[in-house]
Every structure is written in C-alpha cells, then in structure tokens.
Design a protein around this ligand. Structure first.
Ligand SMILES: NC(=O)c1ccc[n+]([C@@H]2O[C@H](COP(=O)([O-])OP(=O)(O)OC[C@H]3O[C@@H](n4cnc5c(N)ncnc54)[C@H](O)[C@@H]3O)[C@@H](O)[C@H]2O)c1
Length: 418
C-alpha cells in the first residue's frame, strides 16, 4: 500500500464507521461484477471495485488455475470460477464485466461481453492490432453498451488540472511532449517449473513476446499517448519507432527499451522513451509550450514559466557593441546565461486531493453505470491511444514512419477539459 492508498483507506474506514455515516448513508444500488482475466491488474481493479459501496464480485473467468485461490483471498469468500468466458457471460448474476486479460485477448472478450449487453470496464490497451481496434469500436457501438477504458490518469486530479491549464494557454502553445517510463528491472515474472512446452512462460510472461504484446510502447506508453491525445485534442497522425534488446538477452522478442516519436498535426510531437535498466526519470511527462513547461508525474504536477524574450538590449543581454568590445562576434556563443531556465522549484499544482486514480476511475465507472453521468475515458479515448499503440508496435520492427488511421466509422472528437 503506498502513501496515497494508506491515506485513502484510513479516511474511508473512518467515514464508513462514523455513527453519522452509518445512520445517514442510503443503501447503494447493487452492482455485481463478472471478471475476465483475474491476474495482477484484474485483482488490483477488483480491490478498488470492492471499495465502492454496492459492488460485489459474482464470478471470474481465467485460464490459470491459481487465480481462483488468489481471488478467494482478495474477496474474502469463494468466488465461482470458470475457464470459459461464454459460461461467465451466461450467468444471471453479472451486471457488468471487467476485462483485464492480456491485450491480445481484448477484442474477443470485449466483443463477447458487448454482445451479452453488459456495461464493460476494459483494461488498456483497447485492441492489439489495427483491425481489432476498429472491430471493437464497431461492435461495442452496435451493441449500444456503456464502455470505459482503463486510462485512469483521466481521473487523476493533478493531471486533470494540468490539462485544463495547458488547454487554457497557461504555457502558451503546447508543441512537444517528452514522456518517460523508466525502471530498473527485467520486466519478467517468475514461472513455476516444470513448464513443458514453455506454456506457462508464455501465459505468465506474455508481455515479453512480440506475438502477444506491444512491448513497452503499449504496456507503459499507452498512458502517455492518452495524455498527449488529451492535451493536443486529437490522435497522432503517424509514428516512428525503434527498440532493441540491450541488457536482458533471455529470449524475449520485444525490446527492453523503446523510443517512439508520434507526429500530431501542425508539427506537434510526443516522444516516448522507456528503459528497463535505469530508473532515472521514473514515470513522468514534460509538456513544452511556447511560454512554459509542465511536468506531470504519476504523483503530482509542476509548472515552469519561460522568461519572455525581447529584442531590446537589457543588462544581461549584450548589444552588438559590447560583443565586439569583448572580442566575441556571435551572440550565440557570447553568454550561456539563460540556457538553464528550468533550474528552480517551479509552481506545484495544488488540487487538494490525492486519491488513487484507479479508484477514482472505477468509482466513476460505477456512477456511469448507475446513470449518474457519462463515461469520461470512453470507447473513442480507448481507440485513439489503442490504434497508436498498434501502429507503433509495427513501426519499431519496420523502423519506418507509419501512418495511424482514424476510426473508419464516425468517431467522437477529443473533448476540451473545462
Ligand atoms: N490501467 C493500468 O494502469 C494497467 C496496469 C497494469 C496492467 N494493465 C492492463 O491489464 C491487462 C492485464 O495485465 P496484467 O498485468 O494483469 O496481466 P496478467 O498476466 O497478470 O493477468 C492476465 C490474466 O489473464 C488470464 N488470461 C490469459 N488468457 C486468458 C483467456 N484466454 N481467458 C481468460 N483469462 C485469460 C491470465 O491467466 C492472467 O491471470 C493488460 O491489458 C494490461 O495492459 C493496465
């Protein structure tokens, strides 16, 4: 449990146990969840779902048997388990479906859940291939079901406030975004032995193989792509990419580092870089505008403002006469003053709230299912990052600039944050 979780849990416990809350709180409308893919993220999502009043877990579908016991421990009682998603979807006690299977399974699972008529919380990335991203949108729209994508940073108070300020011109025109997600570990999960045919290796370490994973660009970069789409108000038009296996020569077929450049209209760009052998920079995103910069991390955000440039000579800006007198003939090499404008503390974004973004996104999903408001991170938000991930995955192997298609049907445009 991190600091934010601890504070959140302590305040929820205090609130729920106060006599006033017990007496006044109306019973929340029940929402019974069926889960497809009950691994690491599925269990974290379930943990957060269970913090929302009225939510219970009816059943899980997973093809790895140990998940049944893990979910029993998490939920506190036995939960019916099946390896067949069709069986899970045929149950009468499932009101909504959480899908947290590997990305290569999303299309099959989302489309089946949509056809069953239930609201869906689908983990990112939307689909694995370009075709799957289109098919998912087609089918979910045809079924007319509510869909939310697992882009939880759309619900983080400091990210929302930063995007609002950027869209209102706080740092001038945002032109470039440099995003990093760096770690110092091999991204590998332990596999029980024996493992005949390496089946468990592929089930558990699906992220490391090109035919089941979009690699670091999809698994980590999808969040940054989504934030860039939000800030720029559109999806990228094309992507250039490269990656290599630099340190972990263990048979993986995706890179242990990646560099991607996404091109947006008007020459604007997102550069995403991920290393797994050096954690410096961690997970952060810098938005560069013509009048300042915003640094958005997974915990906070800070704004820095550019000093206004002027053509008038000032005390620290030499005239051509002083340059000549001092024997320096080019303004460019005369003074390094002003070349490090970001040294300094910056201005921290203060939203007064530090609630867990995953909890906030799940709470918002439950409210949307209950008809209280529309979905924020909706199907087209998922499409615009998912399609960029799918093309980027191809681009790193082709090492060529590749076009990113728009949704082939009628897509909703990115809404401006108010
Ligand atoms: N929103 C976020 O911040 C976030 C964070 C982590 C992971 N994710 C996403 O969540 C998804 C799952 O990631 P994870 O880390 O939990 O992976 P995981 O391997 O831990 O869990 C996936 C689970 O799906 C099961 N599974 C595989 N194939 C299946 C099938 N055909 N039918 C039913 N179950 C099947 C596996 O046995 C496993 O238990 C991925 O799409 C990932 O990108 C999102």
């Amino acid at each position: 449990m991190n600091r934010r979780d601890f504070i959140e849990a302590a305040s929820l416990t205090a609130l729920a146990s106060s006599p006033v809350a017990r007496a006044a709180a109306p019973a929340a409308k029940p929402l019974r969840l069926g889960v497809i893919g009950a691994g690491s993220r599925g269990q974290e999502d379930m943990r957060q779902f269970l913090r929302v009043p009225g939510v219970s877990i009816s059943a899980i579908c997973d093809i790895y048997p140990s998940r049944t016991e893990q979910v029993r421990q998490l939920v506190g009682h036995d939960v019916p388990a099946t390896t067949s998603y069709a069986e899970l979807l045929s149950r009468h006690d499932v009101d909504a479906v959480l899908i947290a299977s590997p990305v290569g399974c999303h299309a099959e699972h989302i489309i089946a859940a949509a056809r069953s008529g239930r609201p869906i919380f689908g983990e990112k990335a939307l689909g694995f291939t370009v075709e799957q991203n289109h098919n998912i949108v087609d089918e979910v729209e045809r079924a007319g079901v509510l869909f939310q994508i697992g882009h939880e940073y759309r619900y983080a108070s400091w990210v929302k406030e930063s995007v609002r300020r950027i869209q209102h011109g706080d740092i001038g025109k945002p032109t470039h975004i440099y995003a990093y997600w760096n770690r110092n570990n091999d991204w590998r999960r332990a596999v029980p032995s024996p493992d005949p045919g390496r089946k468990l290796e592929h089930l558990i370490n699906w992220r490391l193989y090109r035919d089941t994973s979009g690699g670091l660009g999809t698994e980590l970069g999808s969040h940054h792509i989504d934030i860039a789409n939000w800030i720029f108000g559109e999806q990228p038009e094309s992507v250039l990419g490269t990656s290599s296996v630099c340190v972990y020569h263990d048979g993986r077929t995706v890179g242990d580092n990646v560099q991607l450049v996404f091109n947006y209209s008007q020459g604007r760009r997102l550069m995403f870089s991920s290393l797994t052998d050096n954690a410096k920079n961690g997970n952060e995103l810098w938005v560069y505008g013509t009048e300042g910069s915003a640094q958005i991390t997974i915990e906070d955000a800070t704004f820095y403002y550019e000093k206004k440039l002027s053509n008038q000579p000032t005390a620290d800006k030499p005239t051509s006469k002083t340059i000549v007198e001092r024997g320096v003939v080019t303004g460019a090499s005369y003074s390094t003053g002003g070349e490090m404008p970001y040294r300094g503390v910056g201005e921290r974004v203060n939203t007064g709230s530090s609630s867990d973004p995953t909890l906030e996104s799940i709470r918002s999903f439950v409210e949307a299912v209950r008809g209280e408001h529309a979905v924020v991170a909706d199907l087209h938000v998922g499409f615009r990052s998912g399609i960029a991930c799918s093309v980027a995955h191809d681009a790193v192997f082709a090492e060529q600039r590749m076009s990113i298609p728009q949704y082939r049907g009628n897509g909703g445009a990115e809404a401006k944050t108010t």
